[in-house]
Ligand binder design. Structure first.
Ligand SMILES: NC(=O)c1ccc[n+]([C@@H]2O[C@H](COP(=O)([O-])OP(=O)(O)OC[C@H]3O[C@@H](n4cnc5c(N)ncnc54)[C@H](OP(=O)(O)O)[C@@H]3O)[C@@H](O)[C@H]2O)c1
Length: 351
């Protein structure tokens, strides 16, 4: 396998740092360029990055010079086969488009997620949506392309909904308890969140409600037909560092037993597991039987942060079923998701 050179846009932020940590010693990918805002450009990475990972900043990364996040500066800085973009959503749109004229862009930002010809990918859930890429390239006249990963709370939710679709998924109600690192760094002021829960996260509920239908939708050869289901979300910021916990209620056409539901979760695998991709967790969904799991501190690192942990699966007197799910928001919800998506694209010949 030929190694691929990777540029990271917004390399100094919470997600950018996680990319750097997870790509250290990756068997297929080498970091060749780090880009961020004008504030950081021209300086060494270790001078401008407030490194907040639990492991040391890789030495060679610390010495790299950060460049501006524009195509010309990035190409001048090194060879690039693909671009991971962790740009803020409000500026990502045109910058990612400019890169995509020449290079594959895998985006963590919301800017292009709901566009008709852009995949909104979870490798285990909808790998066939990658077939939008040749359509996008043709339509836009690009030699590169944009593929997006969903919002962090949506990824873990959609992963758990996929195995339930065979029971006829009709309605979903989800309440999230989302970690602080989801707001980036430095994120939420400490005096706002200590001793508190904030019952609002800008644009988060809309993202869950729209993105889930696209992810679970069917690719008809030209576009994705949105899944025919109703979904309602309420999002809260809680005083936890990493790991989003979600309470999920589902209404199903058939009435599976709890054991059948557990089996569906436990047996669920996808293309990454079949292809044995380096970042694929052995089990995308881990079911815990203890009455008080999942918990962020105990379960967020399951499957090296790439597994979603499900527990407290019960019948519900109003809907059919209820459960909790937990995922690491900057690994499965962000950088790890991006890396797994890139691996799938390499394995399938898109990169
Ligand atoms: N945190 C999560 O759990 C999570 C999960 C999924 C998706 N996301 C998405 O990922 C993206 C990044 O989030 P984050 O949490 O990493 O944010 P963050 O910690 O606030 O970092 C922001 C990053 O954007 C860079 N930046 C700001 N303005 C820029 C500009 N004009 N040009 C180029 N770079 C610029 C910053 O560089 P400087 O240091 O130079 O200012 C920094 O690297 C967002 O779109 C977010 O919605 C986040």
């Amino acid at each position: 396998m030929r190694r691929r050179s990777v540029a990271i846009l917004a390399a100094t932020g919470a997600v950018g740092q996680r990319f750097i940590q997870l790509l250290e010693n990756h068997p297929w990918f080498d970091i060749s360029v780090l880009a961020a805002s004008e504030r950081s450009a021209g300086k060494r990475y270790k001078e401008v990055c407030a490194w907040r990972m639990e492991t040391e900043m890789p030495k060679e990364v610390g010495e790299m010079t950060v460049v501006n996040a524009d195509l010309k500066s990035v190409k001048e800085a090194g060879d690039v086969d693909l671009v991971f973009s962790a740009l803020p959503g409000d500026i990502a749109g045109p910058i990612e488009e400019s890169f995509a004229t020449e290079l594959p862009v895998l985006s963590k930002a919301a800017a292009h997620r709901m566009e008709d010809d852009v995949p909104l990918l979870i490798p285990e859930v909808n790998p066939e949506h990658l077939e939008l890429i040749p359509i996008q390239k043709r339509r836009r006249g690009w030699s590169g392309f944009i593929s997006t990963d969903p919002n962090c709370s949506t990824i873990q939710l959609a992963l758990t909904l996929k195995p339930l679709m065979k029971f006829g998924l009709r309605k979903v109600i989800v309440t999230t308890m989302q970690a602080l690192s989801g707001a980036g760094y430095p994120g939420v002021p400490s005096l706002d969140i200590i001793d508190n829960i904030i019952p609002y996260i800008a644009k988060e509920e809309e993202k869950i409600e729209t993105e889930t239908k696209k992810i679970l939708g069917v690719f008809d050869g030209e576009r994705v037909r949105l899944a025919d289901m109703a979904i309602s979300a309420s999002c809260n910021r809680v005083n936890v560092k990493d790991g989003h916990l979600e309470v999920v209620y589902v209404d199903l056409e058939s009435k599976p037993t709890i054991e059948e539901v557990k089996e569906a979760f436990r047996n669920f695998i996808g293309e990454p597991q079949r292809l044995k991709l380096p970042f694929a967790p052995e089990k995308p969904i881990i079911v815990r039987d203890e009455i008080d799991r999942p918990q962020p501190r105990l379960d967020r690192d399951a499957g090296r942060g790439m597994s979603v942990v499900v527990g407290r699966i019960r019948n519900d007197p109003v809907m059919t079923l209820k459960y909790l799910c937990l995922g690491h928001n900057t690994i499965r919800g962000a950088a790890g998701a991006g890396i797994l998506s890139a691996e799938l694209m390499v394995a399938k010949g898109y990169i």
